[in-house]
Design a protein. Structure first.
Length: 115
């Protein structure tokens, strides 16, 4: 049975650094582990839509587009993992020009946990 673990925190808090160490330990102990950065997945999806956007500038895009890409990323990540434990590295909440609806965030995260 695969597990999904979401590691969330503000930028610069050390999420990625800690997860790199976790990946090293898992590899040494032959523990199947897949780490995915939510922002990287969103960035790739923006590129597929013809928008080359620096990761830090995704939040400046149209809110409706952000919502669609965020949900698409959650669905894509939710289908990942297989027999490996899946760890998602994310900021989870990002300040935008307008406050983003809580109901949408909950909908997106639902797709991650339906593995």
């Amino acid at each position: 049975m695969s597990r999904t673990i979401i590691v969330a925190g503000i930028p610069g808090v050390g999420k990625t650094t800690v997860l790199q160490e976790l990946e090293t330990v898992a590899r040494e102990k032959n523990i199947p582990l897949k780490i995915i950065n939510f922002g990287n997945v969103m960035n790739e999806l923006f590129k597929k839509r013809g928008r080359t956007v620096h990761r830090d500038h995704m939040r400046r895009q149209d809110l409706e587009l952000q919502a669609k890409v965020q949900e698409q990323a959650a669905r894509q990540i939710g289908k990942t993992g297989g027999k490996s434990a899946l760890v998602v590295d994310t900021h989870m909440f990002v300040r935008t020009k307008m406050e983003y609806g809580r109901e949408h965030r909950e909908e997106s995260w639902k797709h991650l946990t339906q593995v």
